[in-house]
Structure formats: structure tokens, C-alpha cells
Design a protein around this ligand. Structure first.
Ligand SMILES: C[S@@+](CC[C@H](N)C(=O)[O-])C[C@H]1O[C@@H](n2cnc3c(N)ncnc32)[C@H](O)[C@@H]1O
Length: 351
């Protein structure tokens, strides 16, 4: 491991207090936003009845576990404190106002069960049909700057403040990967990088690592460019996960976060095959997506209800899919698997 790239200063009691306070405020803020969203939104129709949802307390305790684990990793020097742990409150308030203004349109779509407004003659030739959805009844699907500006906030509300902490858990196997891969010459790619949140944590910890991010959405990449503007050695490009514009065996590390639940079954397999193609033998895939049925049995009713509450046409199939088999058949060996709150992490080695 190259010292200069990964030296992380020891934490102090003050850091711990600061982390705890920041995460408590974050949870309070986004849980409040979540509760208000639920109050302002129409009831979820359809789905399995009766619904035995887990208690708020059970979910909240699990979120607490995620933050405790995040802190332990930081304390152990596995990665740095979050670079934006104390965000400027003005943009946060602006985002909140934007989010609640937009919620009216989201709710209208939800009421009418209109989840494919973005599918039309203008877009059908340019994007795959499965992609042209208003996932979560979001305005403009993935196809506008407004949607890109709101996305991270929407995701944090959904996970009551835990989304970034879930993504950061992948920094642990990433660090382990650098035991065998020299950082200076390593090439990493984040497939479906969205607004680049994960890459900001990667670059904050490994500023000299060469990283690429690809996504089908140009506006999301524009937002990623904005979020990553302080770092160099970052390449961002519009590309489709099932047709990556890179040579065979050209990368050492790939990551793929919260993409597979938004893909039809056959496309998941094509993207996995494509990631296997561009990774060199021995290369590492860091995979994260929603937990699946049975990963935490008392959360199953939430998973079953989710595609009825939010427009998620492939989610019901995703939670049943055999991810281990899928990756095995495409040349990956499973090197680790864990749950972190609502995320399932898998570390896979290209055989
Ligand atoms: C739920 S978001 C996840 C984004 C990001 N990885 C994160 O951690 O927030 C899904 C992303 O996948 C992108 N996407 C969906 N299908 C894709 C495909 N076939 N190829 C590339 N990107 C795709 C979308 O544009 C969107 O940015």
C-alpha cells in the first residue's frame, strides 16, 4: 500500500463528538423530511395485504448500527471522515424547498400511476426502452438537470439520511484491494455513477487514483462533474452499462451501486458480463444494491411494498434474482458479502 495515498490522520475525541452530532442531526433532518413526505403523499394502493411493516424503531436502530460501523471504520483509519459532514445549511434548505415543491408533481404521477412520462417518440430512439421510466415517479426520469439536482436529496430522504454511509462501506474492500494493486497505476471505473457521490468519497481518500464514471444520463454526469470538480484524474462519459467503451481487461477495479434493481433481468446479466470483460483477471468488482428477500427477513414486507409505493418496475424481480449465480456464470468468484442497512454489498473477483 502506498503510504502517501492513504495516510489518514488519527481521530480525536472531538472528531468522534463531531461525527456523532453531525449524523444525529442528519438523521433527524431526513427522518423529518421522510415523515412529512408520507403525510403529504397519497396512500400506497396495491401490493400484498395485510402489510406487517417493521417498526420505525427497528429501522432506526439498524440505521444507528450503520453509523456506528461507519465511525468504527473511520476510527480504524480505513477511510476519512465524510468530506461534507457539515454541509452549508443554505444549499440544504434550498434543496429541501425544491424537493417539496417537486413533491406535488411526484404525487400527481403516483396518484395516476403514471410512471413512463419520459417514454415518447423523442426519447425512444435515443435510450433503451427499459430506461425510459419515471423511477420513484421522479420528474423527468433521469433526463433533466432538475432531476439531477434533486436526486441525492431524494435518495437521502428515502433512506432517512443513510445513503452516503451505505456507499462508504464499499471503501473498506476498496482499501483491501490496494494491498495487491498499486494505486498509482490502478484504473477504476464506477458503472452507472449517477451524480458521482461514491466517486467523491473515493477521490477524497485516494486523490491520485485514476477513476472513470459512466452513466446513461448526461445531466447526471454534469452534476457528477460539478461534485468532483476539486479532484483531478477523473474521466466522466455517457455510456451504457451493457456496452462499455473500454478495451478488454483494461481496468483493475469496477464499482456498481444501486443500478441492478432498475434493470430487467436479462440486462443485469449483460451488464455483469460487460464488467467482467473490462476487468483484468484478478480485478475486483465492488457491487452494492438493495437488499433482497431474506437478507433481513423482518424488512421483507418493506421490499414487497416498495415497487407499489414508488415506480420501480424491475424491483420485484430483482429481490428474487440469484445474484451469486449471475456473477458466477459471468466469471466472478465471490470474495465477500454483507448487509449494511438497506444495502447488499458483494465483493467479486474476476477469475
Ligand atoms: C439509482 S441510480 C444510482 C446512481 C449511483 N450509482 C448512486 O450510487 O446513487 C441509477 C443510475 O443508473 C443509470 N443507468 C440506468 N441504466 C443504465 C445503463 N444501462 N447504463 C448506464 N447507466 C444506467 C441512471 O442514469 C442512474 O444514474
Amino acid at each position: 500500500m502506498e503510504e502517501t495515498e492513504t495516510r489518514i490522520s488519527a481521530t480525536t475525541a472531538l472528531d468522534r463528538a463531531s461525527y456523532r452530532l453531525a449524523q444525529r442531526l442528519r438523521t433527524l433532518w431526513f427522518s423529518g423530511n421522510y415523515a412529512l413526505t408520507a403525510r403529504l403523499s397519497p396512500r400506497t394502493e396495491g401490493g400484498p395485504q395485510p402489510v406487517r411493516l417493521p417498526s420505525w424503531q427497528a429501522v432506526n436502530d439498524d440505521l444507528g448500527d450503520l453509523f456506528r460501523r461507519d465511525w468504527q471504520n473511520i476510527e480504524a483509519g480505513l477511510y476519512r471522515m465524510p468530506h461534507d459532514m457539515w454541509p452549508n445549511p443554505v444549499p440544504v434548505l434550498r434543496r429541501a424547498a425544491h424537493y417539496f415543491r417537486d413533491l406535488e408533481a411526484v404525487n400527481r404521477r403516483k396518484q395516476a400511476r403514471r410512471g413512463n412520462e419520459v417514454s415518447g417518440p423523442e426519447t425512444l430512439g435515443r435510450y433503451p426502452r427499459y430506461y425510459l421510466q419515471n423511477f420513484h415517479y421522479q420528474s423527468d426520469g433521469y433526463l433533466s438537470r432538475d432531476s439531477a439536482a434533486l436526486y441525492d436529496y431524494q435518495v437521502e430522504v428515502l433512506f432517512t439520511g443513510g445513503a452516503d454511509a451505505m456507499r462508504r462501506q464499499l471503501l473498506v474492500p476498496l482499501r483491501a484491494a490496494f494491498a495487491n494493486i498499486p494505486i498509482r497505476s490502478a484504473r477504476m471505473i464506477d458503472v452507472a455513477c449517477g451524480t458521482g457521490r461514491f466517486l467523491t468519497f473515493v477521490k477524497d481518500n485516494y486523490p491520485r487514483l485514476q477513476v472513470a464514471g459512466v452513466d446513461l444520463s448526461a445531466p447526471y454526469l454534469e452534476e457528477a462533474r460539478r461534485q468532483l470538480r476539486h479532484w483531478s484524474r477523473v474521466g466522466l462519459a455517457v455510456a451504457q452499462g451493457e456496452r462499455l467503451p473500454f478495451a478488454d481487461a483494461s481496468h483493475d477495479i469496477a464499482s456498481c451501486i444501486f443500478l441492478f434493481h432498475e434493470l430487467p433481468r436479462a440486462v443485469r446479466r449483460r451488464v455483469a458480463a460487460e464488467m467482467a470483460r473490462i476487468l483484468r483477471p484478478g480485478g475486483i468488482l465492488l457491487f452494492m444494491d438493495s437488499i433482497q428477500r431474506g437478507d433481513r427477513a423482518d424488512f421483507d414486507p418493506l421490499l414487497e411494498r416498495f415497487p407499489h409505493a414508488m415506480h420501480e418496475p424491475y424491483f420485484a424481480d430483482y429481490i428474487e434474482d440469484d445474484l451469486r449465480g449471475l456473477f458466477r456464470e459471468r466469471g466472478f468468484a465471490l470474495a465477500g458479502e454483507e448487509r449494511a442497512f438497506f444495502a447488499r454489498m458483494m465483493v467479486l473477483r474476476r477469475a
